[in-house]
Design a protein around this ligand. Structure first.
Ligand code: GUN
Length: 295
């Protein structure tokens, strides 16, 4: 079994992004700038936004966090998004999800200019991704592709099962794995809550990408030997043996299943850091376009 080390790959990507920031500086240009909107006090969302901002600071990107209370009016968010869309010195904008129930998540995320949509959620970016055109790829699926590429995992002709059809992970992941690209060309099945006989699909799959949000869902008896397992889930569960009183687990029962796999992502340290890596890469890509469009 080989661990797919997202933390190590994030460090490597950060080094190369640092160099890109130096190149911009040598060219008398400003650094890339990411803005994040955070609504409410969801501890997980706060942790994710903090991690994204910390990574920006470490590589010399500018960053701005815009905080709102849970009861913020939707119009206030839309107005702020418009300001950021129009700003010349912000290259990427994310709105951390989930949003409170009174806010229309689609309306808000789709009002981010597709040119600054470094999360890759905008319909224009999703559409361009489907067509294989230049776009921002959604951060988590892009990170998984980068991880498979880093470990030279061949995907062409393989049976790939994606479990979970969310707009931000499962659905775009299934599209990326089936595209005619180096990491792609797989025969993809997208399983979801209405799928019958899931075990028969997991047992056949060469690559399984699990993004259903159920702690330790995928078990050893469900997979074939030497499967490649990618775990997108991250959950805090109570644990007596940890000082903090909790531990982090994914959607995969890592300890029970790891020895049966050829490759597996750990939680934490697998897919999570790769979402950040992709976000930083998308922000740099946007910055270069914006900065050099003014010259
Ligand atoms: N919430 C969970 N994952 C994500 C993500 O990738 N981007 C944003 N904006 N919110 C999230």
């Amino acid at each position: 079994m080989i661990l797919l080390d997202g933390k190590a790959l994030l460090s490597k990507i950060k080094l190369s992004l640092c160099k890109e920031v130096s190149l911009l500086k040598n060219d008398n240009k400003r650094p890339p700038h990411l803005a994040a909107i955070l609504v409410g006090d969801n501890p997980a969302s706060q942790t994710y936004v903090n991690a994204k901002i910390k990574a920006c600071n470490e590589i010399g990107f500018e960053s701005t966090v815009i905080n709102y209370s849970t009861n913020v009016k939707q119009d206030v968010l839309l107005e702020k998004i418009k300001d950021v869309n129009d700003s010349d010195n912000i290259d990427g904008l994310i709105v951390q999800l989930p949003l409170p129930n009174h806010i229309d998540e689609h309306l808000v995320t789709h009002s981010i200019s597709h040119k600054k949509d470094v999360d890759g959620f905008h319909p224009i970016n999703i559409g361009r991704m489907v067509l294989g055109l230049d776009c921002f790829l959604p951060a988590t699926p892009f990170g998984i592709i980068s991880l498979l590429d880093e470990y030279n995992i061949a995907t062409s002709g393989k049976k790939c099962l994606v479990i979970g059809r969310s707009h931000i992970v499962g659905t775009p992941m299934s599209i990326l794995m089936s595209r005619n690209t180096k990491i792609g060309n797989a025969t993809v099945t997208l399983a979801h809550s209405k799928t019958k006989n899931l075990d028969s699909l997991t047992k056949e799959a060469d690559i399984i990408i699990v993004a259903i949000g159920v702690p330790t869902f995928l078990k050893s008896h469900m997979i074939k030997k030497n499967a490649i397992v990618i775990d997108v889930g991250i959950h805090r569960i109570p644990s007596q043996s940890n000082k903090s009183g909790y531990k982090l687990v994914g959607d995969v029962d890592f300890h029970e299943l790891k020895e049966k796999t050829a490759y597996i992502t750990p939680v934490p340290g697998g897919v999570g850091p790769m979402t950040i890596a992709s976000l930083l890469q998308n922000t740099l890509y946007s910055a270069k376009k914006i900065i050099y469009s003014h010259t």
